[in-house]
Design a protein around this ligand. Sequence first.
Ligand code: MN
Length: 486
Amino acid sequence: MLSLRYLSHGFRKLFGNKELVHSLQPNVRTKSSKTFGQPTSFTRPHILRPGELTPKVNADEYRARRDNVAALMQEGDLLITTSAAVKYMCGAAFYEYHQDPNFYYLTGCLEPDSILLILKEKDMFENYKLAFFLPPKTSYAEKWEGFRTGIENGKILFHIENIQENWEAPFVIEEFGNRCKRVFYNTQRGYPYKDPVASSPDVVRDKIRELQEKKPFRSANELLHPLRTIKSESEIACLQHAANISGDAYKEVMAKDFYEENQLAAELEYRFKMGGCQRSAYVPVIAGGRNGLCIHYTSNDDAFQQNDMVLVDAGGEYGGYVTDISRTWPTGRGFTPAQRDLYQAVLNVQKKCIDLCTSSSGLSLARIHYESAVLLKEELKQIGIYGSKSEIEDVLYPHSIGHEIGLEIHDCFSNNSFSPLKKNQIVTIEPGIYVPVNNRWPKWAQGIAIRIEDSILVGEQEPIVLTKDAPKEVKEIQNLRESAAW
Ligand SMILES: [Mn+2]
């Protein structure tokens, strides 16, 4: 169906009359002429509703998160979190910016070069002292680089009173640093652990290095992962939304034929974004045939062969929250008997493991992984593949059953995988099988790679499959493939 958006675009081309176009659109809200360094409900009302600082999350929720992290801190603790660094492809060409998850979780701020400090001082009337720093809002920056939120707009947007320009941050870090006993610092994962400060914004890097010489440093993850692991209602809504959009995209691409892995990758990304996701949550795996034997195959540049299967591991990101889905389906008009038998075996294991994702089961992800290997061994025996426990875990199914998801694809990775699952955690369940081309294994199974992965909301008694819209039953996939079209 032709949407109103395209209709109005057509009118604009025809008449060039903005007022006419607006009068034709029933939902147009008046936009503020103020500028901000990120989408706001004032300037981008098609993205955010009044009160929302980021999609589905209000400024008040961000304030509550800061209160909660301060409550976990001891007297004399200083928490330093900073924006992610802008990363460069080459020369002046930068990669699409992505905010640091811990900083985003506490602020909802999407600008680089921003800093949040929280100092816990017992002898103060307030529970904690907070200082927030944003890049200066200058006409030069706004002309050349993009809009900036700045101090005055920042107070309205973030509901934070103490905001200063970021060049003042070194002085406040010095002052808070002298008063603190230990520092919790937000090292960005992906930077060499040897140099945890390397990823700090230029404006504060030297000062943080100085402080590192004087005070004990610990990871901010120690404070933030225990909070981030339990998702709020609005976070669950974001994760569900990302899952719905991504699940629909899978349904669409399963009903289509592709010549090349890259084309399938492009169509998925297109559907994630057109559905409302900001981006792909990670570089997807689009692995035709034996390419799937490589667990994290991401070159995605091969051509599909007749009667192979394609293993796809891809998901979209919405409001910072990601979804993680893997599906495997035939590139031809349906499963061969060998493909179907192996697929059904993995699917049976996956469904049984999903059923274990409840807080009442008292099971941990590590324990569910153990169960998955036992279940897979049994399923494979039924179809004539006999492997020892170590062959299953080291050769056929060498990765773990899953991980948490949230603001990161491997969310809260510092959590202990042996602790029992808790209500409102979100985990993936993703058993797989990767049969080497090796005569140790039956000829009919060699070279087949399958992974089936859903994003699961842990309930007390019942798990909720967020990614249920992505087809996974044999019959469903068979039907989509039989009716597939170019
Ligand atoms: Mn995964």
